[in-house]
Design a protein around this ligand. Sequence first.
Ligand SMILES: [Zn+2]
Ligand SMILES: [Zn+2]
Length: 233
Amino acid sequence: MVMTVESMNTFRQKYRENIAPRYSGAHHMLAVSSVSLAVIIYALFQVSEPSYLEWSIFPLTMVIVNFAEYYAHRWLGHTKTRLGKLFYSRHTGDHHSFFLQEYMSYQSSRDWRVVLFPVFLIFAFIAGLILPPGYLLMNHASENVAYLYAAAGITGYLFYEVMHFSYHVPEKSIEERLFLWIPGWKSMRQIHRLHHDRNRMAQRNFNITLPIFDILLGTLYWEPLPKKPSISD
Ligand SMILES: [Zn+2]
Ligand SMILES: [Zn+2]
């Protein structure tokens, strides 16, 4: 579907009208961050004198999460599947109709509804992708490995949420100034902005955090930042 600025604005208006009046962006953000931080802290507190080999599960898991992020975004978020129907409609349907390449900023905290994952997803992620492998690691490797895996898995999830949110903060806002301190952040935002071109979204730039699998699988697309500031919305 070709989207113009007018159709994006019509979509935004309709989407905002359908957000429940009781929805609170602050509560949404608080729920996602408190659940993930609680799991990370709890898991790390269970780790006792890990060896270097046990620690290595942490970066390894972060790389696996990077692939999961790529896989889910490319093959569920931008590919119609029966299993990923809800994610496809929330992502290709809602998120990409709400934010076009030159109109990446949310306008109020109610717009966070279309930026952050729904809260239930973190529980589904824990139940489906943290607990079963964690149980196997506990029985076949060690408790340290199991808890480090859990901590790293949720860290990867939170990393996705924070980075994706950061790419949609309004330009020249206090939030943007905070994120600008992160080395390389501007380039990472540019990579995601290029992904928001509707002609490119199903082909390029599927990583949201570090573009590891976009590089490995040849789907990274890069254009330098435009010289003059982009049209702010
Ligand atoms: Zn986005
Ligand atoms: Zn996308």
